[in-house]
Every structure is written in C-alpha cells, then in structure tokens.
Design a binder for this molecule. Structure first.
Ligand code: AMP
Ligand code: ZN
Length: 665
C-alpha cells in the first residue's frame, strides 16, 4: 500500500540524515527540513497506528518511564581489562602471550580508551533489540528505552550484517555538551555535575527517557560478539561496524609490532586534549580473532587485550591568593588564584576550591606550593599541598565570615556544603545576576539588552530589580557607555515587547531557586496563574507531577518574602503575563472528570489529536497504553488486534467515536 511505502521511505530518509548528522558529523539538510519530515512521519504514524514501529526515528524523543530496570543476563560475559602503566608492562605482556602462541608475527589494534559507561546492544535482523548495562559483567540492567534516544546509535542497520550479534561500546558525554548542561544548571542556581563520566553513566539509569533524549550523549563502539560473524580480526570488525552505521572513532590504528603501539600511545598522550571527548588511556588488542581464541580469558579479563592508562597530568605551582565569588542565588565559591602554569596544553591560573570543607580538607594556605591536576574534569583541581615546601609561618586559611561584596554575615544551612550571602536584595552580584537571568533568551528574551548593560544600569542607580526595567526611558539610558539614540530605543522597545512573553517563561525568569525551565512549565500548567502558586501549600506543591520537596520548599520561601511579592505586583501593573491565557472553548465541560481514555485506530469525525483534545477539554485524561487504569478505549478503524484483545481481557469498555460524542453532548 502507498501509505506503508510512504512511511518506510520517510523512515529510511530520516535514518540516513540522523547518520549523516550524528555519526558522520556531516548534515546534508537543515534542521528545519529534518523536523518537517519527522513531523510528517509522526502524523502518518498517528493516523495509521497499524504501522507502528518501535524502531521508528519518531521513537527517539523518548517518553517512556521505567520505574524498575529489568535485570538481564548477558549472552556473552562483559569482561574487564587488565591495566598497564609502562613500556615494561606491555613488553612483559607480549612475552606472556608469545609463549602461548609460539612467537608468531603479531598485529595489534590500538584504540583510545573512552571514558564513560559501557553498554551491550543486541541487534536482530538489523534492528536494535535490547541494550543492557555492564552490571557485574554477568548481568546488567535493561536500559533499551533510554539508549534508543541516543541519536548516534542506529535503530536500523545499513548494508549486510549478521542476523544476530551484540555490539559493545561506551556511552559518553562529549565535553562541549557537558559544559552546556552545566551552564544550564548554574543558571538555575543548581550545583553543576562534577565530570562527564559520572553524568553519562547516571543518564543511563534515568527513569524518564525523554530526559535522556535531552542530554547530548553519544555511543562509541569497539567490540562485536556473536556466532558466525564472518569477520576475522578486530580491525576488520571496527570497519564493519562503521559500515553498518555505528559511530566508531577513526583514531583506531593497526600496529604491526609493539614499537608502533608505543608510537600510538605517545602520540595520544600528547594529543588527547584535542579530542572532543575524554580518554584515560589506550586499549591494545591482539588483532587476529584466531589468536584471540587461542589466548582466551582469565577469570576477569581477556588475555588478548590490555589497557594502557595515561598518567593524570599534574604540575605544581604557587597559591597566590583565594578569592570568593558570589553567585546569583547568593552561594559563595572559593577560587584559588595560582601562579600561571602550563598544564595539558593550556595555561592554568585559577582552580575551584568548591567550599569551606574542601579548603579544610586540603589544609591549603596562601603561599603554599600545590599540585594541580587535570584528570577527568575540565576545570583543574588542586590535589594536594606540597608540605615539604611550606613556609613554617604560613597561616591556616580562615574561611570568610562575611560577604566579599556586601559584607553581610554569611550563612550555611544544615546539610549544605556552600555558604550563602543572605542579603538577597542588597548584595550587588545577586541583584545583577537576577536581572541578567531575567533577560536571558529562555526567560524574557529581551532584545537590545545584554548582561554588561544590566551591570551598568545597576551601577548608575537606574534599576534595583527587574521590575525597574519597565520604567526605563530612552533618555535615562542614552548617557550610558556605548549607548546611542538607536540602541537606547531598541532596549526600551525590547523591554516593552517582553510583556507578551507567556506566563511559564515569566515564572522561569523570576529566578526562583531550583525552578528551571521544565519545572516552571509544570507549575504554570498545573496552577494556571501566579496567585494560585503563591497560595499553594507545601503538600500541594509536592503533589504536582515531578515537583519534589526541595523545589516545593524553595517556591514557598520565595513567596514568603514580601519583597518578591512587591516586585511581582509591580510587574503585574506593567502588564507582564502572570496567567496562562487559554483560548476559551464554549464546548468544554466537566463530563469526563476522573475517566481515562485510550485512543486507537483512525476516525472519521476527528483527527486523533482533536479527539485527544476533546477528551481533555471535557475533563478526561488521555492514556498512552491500555492498562487496568483505562476506563474507555475509543476504537476507530484499524485498531490493532493486540490492543483489542488486551482491552477485552481487562474488561474495558470499547466505544466508537459516535459513542464518545454522545458522552460529551
Ligand atoms: P576498566 O573499567 O578499567 O576495567 O576498563 C574496562 C572498560 O573500558 C571496558 O569495560 C569498557 O567499558 C571500557 N573501554 C573504553 N574504551 C574501550 C575500548 N576501545 N575497548 C575496550 N574497552 C573499552
Ligand atoms: Zn553579599
């Protein structure tokens, strides 16, 4: 049938573009075109649920929630690797294996050791069937739904491939994506993640796959296992995997002897920081599968492979001073100012000291020689103090007791690592930081106004909080540095236009601690207007989907503060949006309150989306799959037989669209 072919063509095309973009880094159409086609496919699939395909590119957005990950036994055990740290270690290893093999000529495949979380993915007939974490090597967790959202992992293989095999790789977070995630956390006053590896491995176990889909994860592949693969060496297997559509880094190399292995190691020891992701070493594998078979495994690891670990790069330098930064939410971060020193290809001048505990733990003192390391993290870390070089007169570091910017006495809440400046309304970096947050793109998106101008406005006494922005006149602004008539007009117009920004973004812009974009959306949708949120109790808030106690507490504190209320009232008067504007539908009723519907098949009088809308407008809920909680299944043409059976098994009423119309009229 035409529709089916149409769907298949779109899937093939989208798979190809995904591969071009995420595996080859070489997109051939615009994001806009891509989204258009994806939408087209989504619509066709909605209209023709009989062609549902769990491996369709539309399934990459995620959305399934896994409460408990199923334990799965690996068909082939996932081994560890033996470690080596020197040329001698590797030479000894070669001697050992040549004893078994009988001094044959040996080739080695050299690969980078990717630093992330290992994964084993099963493919059957070219389709992704299941993905399992390493676990204890014998059994791991089924994380298929999460893995499918990673766009560099093919859902459908290309070319000719074995019927069934497992492929292994490492789930990683490239540095750029990691930095971006952290930037977003810092924006909402949250603590950033400490390193890409832990974040990648934590991502695999998130319950909501839609959350995983948002993270810029990648999968780098390095090993294929299975029967009758028709492949005879490791190097060949990497090429084969690449041809089937997997992301296999091109940095791998075939070495004809240990000398060439050493060259590879030396090269990457120097150049590893040029890579877009982290590596902590090299993995050397005997190339021939036949040799691998002869060598076999120890209790823990293959005898035919060896990891070589790079030394973490370390230098020593002098601690000149410690300064303290005040963030938008008032949290204090101590920063070590170092005598500039070359480390891992960059000049390091500063290192984070995190908090008071860290300073105490290191017993770090001004003037100390300290060891600085660039390991897994991007920001260099101070590992230890060189006590031999300490000046006997060096004084114990006393953590500041007062804010470096406004001199208020600092506070530290029980169980929190950071000190805070409580002078929310008088501490300049906090005031400026909040206004800077208010105007950002994801918040009020005020054109013509940048972070530096905000600081200038504040220092010239023109704004003290974000509600003051709405009183700015062109003439107030012109005298500021780098301002002219035109730019001043743009600024004032930009502020005026922000009155159209919808409530959910205004709520995010207020800068309530822990209320990021997603939480703001949830709250706005649930409560509909600011007063309802303000009047909600702690319990009330916690009952909202995905709002935990920490967030709820922070919302309560925000609205307990009279200054915040004053600012909000002012913003209201200026015409900023504080409620969701819903298009009024005269046909809406409460007739379906408490009832859950599942929609299946194709309808004559409604599109599927309209039908779902009609359910919600009349107070009902739309479920995604049939379960004991379903009250009605609205069946259209072509409803799948499996769904029909499930519904009758559970004794759920199956109704037609006409039945539905009479329910609501
Ligand atoms: P370890 O965790 O130190 O025992 O190192 C073994 C782990 O290194 C494996 O389980 C893989 O997850 C990971 N690894 C990263 N890159 C590679 C690679 N190129 N080949 C094999 N294993 C790798
Ligand atoms: Zn302060």
């Amino acid at each position: 049938m035409d529709i089916q072919k149409n769907i298949q063509d779109l899937k093939d095309e989208l798979n190809l573009h995904n591969h071009n973009y995420y595996v080859l880094d070489n997109p051939t159409i615009s994001d806009f075109e891509f989204d258009k086609k994806l939408k087209q496919l989504q619509e066709l699939e909605n209209q023709h649920p009989e062609f549902f395909d769990e491996n369709s590119p539309t399934q990459r957005v995620g959305g399934t929630i896994t409460k408990n990950f199923q334990t799965v036994v690996h068909d082939y055990r996932m081994y560890s690797l033996d470690n080596s740290y020197s040329v001698d270690d590797l030479t000894d290893w070669e001697t050992r294996i040549q004893k078994v093999l009988g001094n044959v000529p040996l080739q080695y495949t050299c690969e980078l050791k990717y630093d992330g979380a290992s994964i084993s993915i099963t493919y059957e007939n070219g389709k992704l069937k299941r993905a399992v974490t390493r676990g204890d090597g014998f059994q791991g967790d089924d994380v298929t739904n999460n893995i499918k959202t990673i766009k560099s992992i093919p859902l459908q293989l290309k070319g000719s491939f074995p019927n069934r095999f497992d492929i292994r790789g490492e789930i990683i977070l490239p540095l750029e994506g990691f930095e971006k995630m952290n930037q977003e956390l810092i924006e909402i006053g949250e603590t950033p993640y400490s390193n890409p590896r832990n974040t990648a491995s934590g991502s695999l176990k998130l319950q909501d796959s839609a959350e995983v889909a948002k993270r810029p994860l990648e999968c780098l592949l390095y090993f294929i296992v299975g029967n009758n693969l028709g492949i005879s060496s490791q190097y060949e297997s990497l090429e084969a995997a690449r041809n089937w559509g997997f992301k296999v880094p091109k940095e791998s190399k075939l070495a004809n002897n240990l000398e060439e292995v050493f060259e590879y190691i030396n090269y990457w020891d120097k150049h590893r920081h040029d890579l877009p992701y982290e590596t902590d070493g090299v993995v050397i594998k005997v190339n021939s599968f036949q040799h691998q078979d002869e060598l076999g495994y120890t209790a823990k690891s293959p005898r035919w492979a060896m990891a070589y670990k790079f030394k973490a790069e370390q230098v020593s330098t002098k601690l000149n001073s410690i300064s303290y930064q005040v963030g938008r939410t008032g949290s204090i971060t101590p920063v070590a100012n170092l005598e500039p020193v070359q480390l891992a290809g960059t000049i390091v001048k500063r290192a984070s000291l995190h908090n008071a505990d860290q300073i105490e733990k290191l017993d770090i003192r001004i003037g100390d020689e300290v060891f600085v390391e660039k390991g897994g993290e991007i920001i260099p870390k101070i590992i230890a103090v060189d006590l031999d070089k300490r000046n006997p007169n060096a004084e114990v570091t006393k953590y500041i007791t007062n804010c470096p910017e406004c001199n208020s006495e600092l506070e530290r809440k029980d169980g929190e690592a950071n000190h805070y400046c409580p002078n929310f309304y008088g501490c300049p970096p906090q005031i400026i930081g909040r206004i800077q947050h208010y105007i950002t793109r994801k918040a009020m998106d005020i054109e013509g106004l940048g972070g530096e101008t905000v600081a200038l406005l504040f220092h010239n006494n023109l704004v003290k909080d974000y509600s003051d922005l709405y009183e700015l006149k062109v003439d107030d602004v012109i005298p500021l540095e780098r301002m002219a008539q035109k730019s001043a007009e743009n600024l004032v117009n930009g502020i005026e236009k922000s009155k159209e920004i919808p409530f959910e973004r205004v709520l995010y812009a207020l800068g309530i601690r822990y209320v990021g974009e997603t939480v703001a959306k949830k709250l706005a949708k649930h409560y509909k207007n600011i007063d309802a949120i303000r009047n909600a109790s702690l319990m009330d808030l916690i009952l909202v989907d995905e709002i935990g106690e920490k967030i709820a507490q922070s919302v309560i504190e925000f609205f307990d503060n009279p200054e915040n209320i004053r600012i909000i009232e002012r913003l209201k008067q200026f015409g900023v949006q504080f409620e969701i504007i819903e298009k009024h539908n005269p046909n809406a009723t409460e007739k379906l309150v408490g009832k859950t519907f599942v929609v299946s098949g194709v309808f004559e009088k409604f599109s599927r989306d309209d039908l779902k809308k009609a359910i919600e407008e009349n107070g009902g809920k739309v479920g995604s799959s049939i379960s004991a909680k379903t009250d009605f299944v609205i069946a259209g043409e072509n409803m799948g037989p499996a769904k029909l059976e499930k519904a009758s098994q559970l004794k759920i009423s199956i109704i037609s669209e006409d039945d539905f119309i009479s329910l609501i009229s």
